[in-house]
Design a protein around this ligand. Structure first.
Ligand SMILES: *Cc1c(COP(=O)(O)O)cnc(C)c1O
Length: 325
């Protein structure tokens, strides 16, 4: 059952709630991408968020919205890495125990980052959906509370705070590129932006290898797609066959979705390093990659989110040196 969409009021409440706990990340103008597109291009440096991704916004809002007795049961979640890291940080901030379930596709660097925050880790199955079974078991057998990575209104409202900051800094934006996996980020950001500026265009960006939201929109309902290894590992996983919010919100609020090849994503990571001086992970670079691939035409100022920076440094080094993907 689809729930009512997350509102601007909920996003503003989330902003006030999480403010003491998250960084207000900067925006910076990209001279090189501006010259390439013939329009001003601005980057929101969200990979510099605490825990290395925007996921802290949603996780923090959700944890702070739980009552004391629920928190005390311990919190379990499935993750491709960044939600788990954010949740481990947020749980620690309120003195709660976190257990993070991940598939074997999650890179070791991300697992190490979560372990360093004191969370319990379970590596289960070959996909995010298989790791979810362990979450369901822990909820049923051990009474854990769960905070899912995207299909939850507190999480979506938290991610939407990024949209509020973007428009406060850059009211002139005509188009914003937002990475899409489960759709929590794009639902929140689009809800915030379109409530305040209805004519802004929101373009979703995903990798071509296993784009579950794109396939679901095409099918008119949530569908499963095989989860495949990709440079944009944070964009892997399904949207949930009984999706409550992000499928309907993405369908209503997102104007288009573009898909990228692995080579295009690699070029995005390289560009961020060589021209912007930023180390970003594959998922974080897909907006830049979409511009470089010639898949974006904006008739006004463009906003791009660098959504995460948690990449294995050895892998980053190999990509920068131009090794084949
Ligand atoms: C989770 C994540 C995304 C996608 O967010 P969804 O809410 O699942 O669509 C994008 N970039 C990074 C770095 C992420 O960790």
């Amino acid at each position: 059952m689809t729930q009512p969409f997350v509102t601007l009021t909920e996003i503003q409440a989330a902003h006030a709630r999480i403010k003491p706990h998250v960084r207000r990340t900067f925006t910076t103008r990209s001279a090189s991408l501006g010259a390439y597109l013939g329009q001003p291009v601005h980057l929101k440096l969200e990979h510099q968020q605490i825990t290395g991704s925007f996921k802290l916004r949603g996780a923090m809002n959700a944890v702070l919205s739980l009552d004391e007795t629920t928190r005390a049961r311990g919190i379990v979640a499935v993750s491709t890495g960044n939600h788990g890291r954010a949740l481990a940080h947020a749980a620690r901030a309120v003195g709660a125990r976190a257990t993070i379930c991940m598939s074997t596709l999650v890179p070791q660097a991300k697992i190490d980052g979560i372990a360093a925050l004191g969370a319990d880790i379970r590596i289960i199955g070959a996909s995010q959906d298989e790791a979810q079974y362990e979450v369901d078991r822990l909820i049923a057998d051990e009474g854990f509370a769960t905070i899912p990575p995207f299909d939850n209104r507190h999480v979506i409202a938290g991610q939407g705070t990024l949209g509020l900051e973007l428009l406060d800094d850059l009211p002139e934006l005509a188009t914003v590129l937002v990475q899409v996996s489960g759709g929590g980020l794009v639902s929140g950001v689009a809800a915030a932006l379109k409530a305040r500026k209805p004519d802004v265009r929101i373009i979703g960006v995903s990798m071509a290898r296993g784009a579950a939201m794109h396939a679901s929109l095409a099918a008119g309902k949530p569908v499963e797609v095989p989860e495949l290894p990709t440079l944009a590992d944070s964009l892997g996983g399904g949207i949930g066959l009984d999706n409550h919010l992000t499928f309907a919100m993405t369908r209503a609020l997102v104007d288009d979705i573009v898909l990228l090849s692995e080579d295009e994503i690699a070029a995005g990571i390289r560009h961020c390093y060589e021209h912007e001086g930023q180390i970003v992970e594959g998922a974080g670079a897909v907006g830049v990659a979409a511009v470089l691939a010639g898949k974006i035409d904006s008739t006004g100022p463009l906003g791009i989110i660098l959504s995460g920076g948690n990449i294995d440094m050895g892998q980053h080094q190999r990509l920068i040196c131009g090794d084949p993907v």
